[in-house]
Design a protein around this ligand. Structure first.
Ligand SMILES: [Zn+2]
Length: 431
């Protein structure tokens, strides 16, 4: 039925469930851009990818590739979150809510990023991984899971966010509605996000590995044990031991394997340049390329240990220059985890909007087992601007700075220490 309804010019006002809002304007095979309610859109794409996996229809796969590219390259946040606005309009000027707006229009304070939309983004990517077998899809699954999905639930697991903005300031953006909060809620009347997130967390073990033609691929890293069968029916058992994502070393022990040679594929994330793989302590040399799966084909035996070592450097990211909302700002990322500055880690009465990040701030990571359930924090010398500006526009004067050693925490862990202000993107001091 999609795309069959002819939308009249005045029909889409007042958030009627019509047009782009419900994926009704454009048939998916003709869709060029991701439109409408982000949850409805991404579930729709995930369902279409399931159909394509069964039928192999190229026109549908081409459309999904196009839509995936549009989401990931033009409408997705650095946390993997989707759905830039609570209320807005689509490219065809249909009124939409909780949805996609223009390309590169990525507000931070008012970002909506419904937990469900972020979770759906990982579900869509899991299906695209099944269609194409390319690691870039698992990279997005991981990005979402560690950041914009996990931010939806408290460390204790009892309270939930519906919206996941990238900046919260108590001075600005007070939406005053029943889905946007600055502390997680034990009960949300619009009840989709909490169960959607917890069922996804419960299901992640099913996403960690995939079967390939003659072997198995490791999509996600984390301590686990696997007991399953390859496609030829032979039994395989693996044990994965790691402190990932806080440490980049992953040991995978073969506990049971068939006698004949088969493939074990390891995902080398796009960010993990310099990664090394060894088998029983002997490096495999060439062939470890970021943004791909490394395929190791050999006769495996019980007790073989594959070690993947991913460098966990602290990295500063900047946005495409077309994203006006993050021009001259940077985000801090280590491995798959995006970080933020939160007011409990700032000198008292510091306004989150006055925190700047010098590009030479010597950021270092430390694992803190007793903080926020056990996380690695990142510490560096940040600059706090002390000359407060009032009014909409004021004449530029030389800023007054105070330097302070500040700890950044993983974005997913913010708002676990009471009501706070937070920012992922920080204005940069280029020095
Ligand atoms: Zn939801």
């Amino acid at each position: 039925m999609r795309g069959k309804h002819k939308v009249e010019p005045d029909e889409t006002a007042n958030f009627k469930f019509i047009g782009d809002m419900v994926q009704e304007r454009t048939p998916i095979r003709k869709a060029q851009t991701a439109e409408g309610h982000a949850v409805l859109a991404l579930y729709f794409y995930a369902g279409a990818a399931d159909v394509a996996a069964e039928t192999g229809e190229q026109e549908l796969i081409d459309a999904l590739d196009r839509l995936w590219g549009n989401v990931v390259n033009k409408k997705m946040y650095v946390t993997g979150a989707c759905g830039q606005t609570h209320h807005g309009s689509s490219s065809h000027v249909d009124m939409i809510h909780e949805g996609f707006i223009s390309e590169y229009m990525m507000p931070n304070l008012s970002a909506y990023n419904e937990t469900c939309a972020n979770v759906c983004n990982s579900m869509f990517n899991y299906r695209m991984l099944g269609l194409h077998g390319e690691s870039k899809y698992a990279d997005i699954m991981e990005l979402v899971l560690f950041n914009s999905a996990l931010s939806g639930i408290s460390i204790e697991g009892k309270d939930y966010f519906y919206a996941n903005p990238l900046r919260v300031s108590h001075k600005g953006h007070d939406p005053g509605n029943d889905t946007e909060f600055d502390v997680r809620q034990p009960y949300i009347p619009c009840f989709c996000c909490p169960p959607n997130l917890v069922r996804t967390i419960a299901k992640i073990s099913n996403w960690a590995y995939s079967l390939s033609e003659n072997g198995i691929s490791v999509n996600l890293y984390g301590g686990n044990k696997l007991a399953t069968k390859l496609l030829d029916g032979s039994k395989i058992q693996l044990k994965q031991e790691t402190q990932y994502p806080w440490k980049g070393k992953v040991d995978i022990t073969v506990e049971k394997a068939k006698k004949e040679a088969f493939d074990i594929l390891l995902r080398i994330p796009e960010w993990a340049s310099g990664s090394k793989i060894s088998i029983n302590g002997v490096g495999i040399g060439e062939g470890v390329v970021t943004g791909t799966y490394t395929t190791i084909n050999r006769k495996w035996k019980k007790g073989d240990v594959i070690t993947l070592d991913m460098p966990m450097d602290v990295k500063l990211l900047e946005g495409n220059p077309l994203i006006e909302e993050v021009r001259n700002q940077v985000a801090v990322k280590r491995g798959p985890v995006v970080y933020c500055v939160e007011t409990p880690d700032l000198p008292e009465n510091t306004d989150i909007l006055d925190v700047y990040l010098p590009v030479q701030s010597n950021l270092t990571a430390t694992f803190k087992p007793d903080l926020l359930g056990g996380v690695s924090t990142i510490t560096g010398n940040l600059k706090l601007r002390k000359d407060t500006k009032e009014g909409m526009y004021t004449e530029v004067t030389q800023p007054t700075w105070e330097t302070s050693e500040v700890q950044l925490v993983p974005y997913f862990s913010w708002a676990n220490r009471g009501a706070s202000e937070m920012s992922v993107w920080l204005p940069v001091v280029w020095e």
